[in-house]
Ligand binder design. Structure first.
Ligand SMILES: Cc1cc2nc3c(=O)[nH]c(=O)nc-3n(C[C@H](O)[C@H](O)[C@H](O)COP(=O)(O)O)c2cc1C
Length: 198
């Protein structure tokens, strides 16, 4: 198997990190890999914010938890039975005062799309995957933190980050050196190719 495929199949979301810092050089490389992803009409409208300050990571975890909790509780009221169990589990996790949505990671990179982006969601998601794969290739763990998506709707956070309110937060990603332990990639079911039309 070639190195690119090995890297793709070997990546996993990492939810336990050591205190070892990630060098600026490595962080820059990760961001560069993100910026090199395909993007609609090559408008290059993604913007990156790196947060390493521990107090801010703690604060943003609390804000992300609080806003996500409100969101999921509202959803639960209108949820169909199939959705209820998942939502109840999320609410239980988010209600745990000890739960850090960033799992103690030393680096949070927020990927924003500027208003000129033609395909903001697609651009951000493609950049995110490039970034997580680049990180994995350098021995750095990562995870997309959907719970932190709410930060993009918080005017105080946006002001603090110095990001204009017309920028859309697409991908909140954590990075760090994985804590030792089971780092086997998570399982996938058999690939659901529905049909070949030849
Ligand atoms: C849009 C998106 C949001 C996610 N949000 C979270 C999150 O808030 N917390 C978390 O622990 N994992 C989150 N994940 C990671 C997924 O749970 C993970 O990718 C999935 O379980 C597959 O595992 P793998 O990445 O190890 O292959 C998110 C992934 C995506 C794509």
């Amino acid at each position: 198997m070639n190195e690119v495929l090995k890297n793709i199949y070997g990546r996993r979301s990492v939810r336990a990190y050591s205190d070892e810092p990630v060098s600026e050089e490595v962080i820059n490389e990760i961001i560069k890999a993100g910026f090199h992803a395909p993007n609609g009409m090559n408008v290059q409208a993604l913007r990156f914010v790196v947060v390493q300050k521990r107090e801010l990571l703690t604060l943003y975890s609390e804000i992300g938890k609080r806003m996500s909790l409100t969101n999921f509780k509202n959803k639960l009221e209108a949820a169909v039975p199939q959705e209820r169990m998942g939502l109840e589990r999320l609410i239980e996790n988010l209600s745990n005062p000890k739960f850090d949505i960033f799992y103690g990671a030393p680096v949070l990179i927020l990927v924003f799309a500027a208003p000129e982006a033609l395909t903001p969601n697609e651009d951000g998601a493609l950049a995110a995957e490039n970034m997580m794969l680049a990180a994995h290739s350098m021995g750095i763990g990562s995870c997309w933190i959907g719970f932190a998506g709410a930060l993009g709707y918080n005017p105080d956070v946006m002001k603090e980050l110095n990001i204009p309110s017309d920028h859309k937060l697409i991908a909140p990603l954590i990075f760090g050196h994985p804590k030792k332990g089971d780092m086997a990639p998570s399982q996938r079911m058999e690939v659901p190719i529905v049909k070949w039309i030849r």
